[in-house]
Design a protein around this ligand. Structure first.
Ligand code: MN
Length: 424
């Protein structure tokens, strides 16, 4: 289901005139606009292998059609996204849902599609068929050493799969914790988890990173052993220089100031990167930017400022991943919307008048600070994002082209109406 290049060219030439008209004022207004466009063009967001099918809730799942039935078809879908937006050139694999049984063939397919393998994700939050011990009461924190060992071995296997594919990081999200007061000795749970993570850390190749993801609640509803950024940072600091804290936007208690968390993790050189999504209540895993785009902008504002302060490469020094669930939308359309929202927030952050903001901060000119931030946020940067995409060979309007070409209908013809992606 790969697009013919001519279809994208046709689509672009149809829209080119209107695009130029919209772009012109931005080219005039911002002196550094060429640099901004090239930064946007370099920015890539990894697509998780579990986000290409229809997700569900604990109440049910309403299947879409034409969903990818295996890893190869998932990669095909990501290649298609990347053809359209030129900003989705990486895949983040989940093990065991997407075990590459023939790694050299998978690697060759990725090379054909121009995809690279981003962070690998382990899973000790579910019991797998044939597994000796249960994770009902935790994995790396478990009171039974044999259970911990099983979870450690799984993580090391995930690292090995990643080495085969050329990935360079492991994301560990633990559902470990407790459901009721008194169930767990917090200190002992932390210490056992740390010991387990140390064994996993020791198995990392030299150039690898370990991402420790935190989450405030669910599935455990009294305590989570890696429950917030403080606990994650404690683990990361104790583990060593290859360990970092991973921020998933939906994993905080309501109204948490995520931008401040990001600023301080960057200051400490301990920010791993992001799992992007949006939420209104909890870990809703909604389309990025669909509920609170201003918060996303404020986060990117801290990211850009903090990365520049440490002379970091925006595109490559942190892990950028989507972690969302698509329950009612076409997953591919949702992912196009999510990547677009990320690029828009990033572009707006790049337009902040940093010098003027610094000056206003130094003078405690609160009104001016707000004006400067909101001036950038209220700029319609969509033509800049489209221009970056155009220069990369993508489509001016990816979503429109996706619909005009009836991509989903074609996928249903090939894959069938009733399909379920692995892991869902
Ligand atoms: Mn996540």
């Amino acid at each position: 289901m790969i697009f013919e290049k001519s279809k994208i060219e046709q689509h672009n030439s149809k829209g080119e005139k209107l695009h130029s008209l919209k772009l012109a004022p931005l080219l005039n207004e911002f002196p550094d606009v060429e640099e901004v466009i090239s930064l946007i063009a370099a920015f890539q967001v990894a697509i998780p292998s579990w986000a290409l099918g229809t997700g569900g809730t604990r109440f049910g799942r309403f299947s879409g059609g034409g969903e990818p039935r295996n890893l190869e078809e998932k990669m095909e879908d990501i290649a298609l996204l990347n053809q359209l937006n030129r900003a989705s050139g990486a895949i983040s694999l989940h093990i065991p849902w997407d075990i590459p049984t023939n790694p050299s063939a998978i690697k060759a397919l990725a090379a054909d599609y121009g995809l690279r393998f981003d962070a690998m994700n382990s899973n000790t939050f579910q019991d797998q068929p044939g597994q000796e011990y249960s994770y009902k009461f935790g994995s790396l924190q478990h009171v039974d050493k044999a259970v911990r060992k099983q979870a450690i071995i799984h993580n090391i296997e995930v690292i090995k799969h990643g080495i085969d594919l050329g990935s360079e990081s492991l994301s560990v999200w633990l559902s470990d914790g407790s459901c009721f007061p008194g169930q767990l000795n917090f200190r002992n749970a932390f210490e056992r988890t740390l010991e387990s993570l140390q064994e996993i850390y020791a198995a990392l190749p030299e150039n690898w990173k370990l991402f420790v993801e935190y989450k405030a609640f669910e599935p455990n509803f009294y305590s989570m052993t890696v429950g917030d950024w403080g606990q994650s940072l404690l683990f990361a600091n104790k583990l060593g220089p290859k360990a970092f804290t991973l921020v998933d936007l939906g994993h905080h208690l309501p109204n948490a100031n995520i931008e401040q968390i990001v600023a301080l993790l960057l200051m400490e050189g301990k920010l791993a990167g992001f799992h992007f999504n949006d939420s209104k209540y909890g870990d809703d895993d909604l389309t990025v930017g669909s509920i609170n785009p201003y918060q996303l902008f404020l986060i990117f504002n801290e990211l850009v400022e903090g990365m520049n302060a440490r002379s970091m490469n925006h595109a490559t020094d942190l892990g950028w991943m989507i972690d969302a669930s698509h329950n009612v939308k076409d997953p591919l359309e949702d992912l196009l919307q999510s990547v677009e929202a990320i690029l828009i927030a990033y572009s707006q952050a790049l337009l902040v008048d940093v010098k003027a903001l610094k000056n206003a901060q130094e003078n405690s000119d609160v009104v001016k600070c707000q004006e400067l931030l909101q001036a950038a946020y209220r700029t319609d940067v969509r033509p800049l994002v489209a221009e970056a995409r155009l220069r990369n060979g993508g489509a001016l309007e990816p979503l429109r082209l996706f619909r005009e070409q009836s991509v989903r209908a074609d996928l249903i013809k090939v894959r069938g109406e009733k399909t379920t992606a692995t892991g869902l």
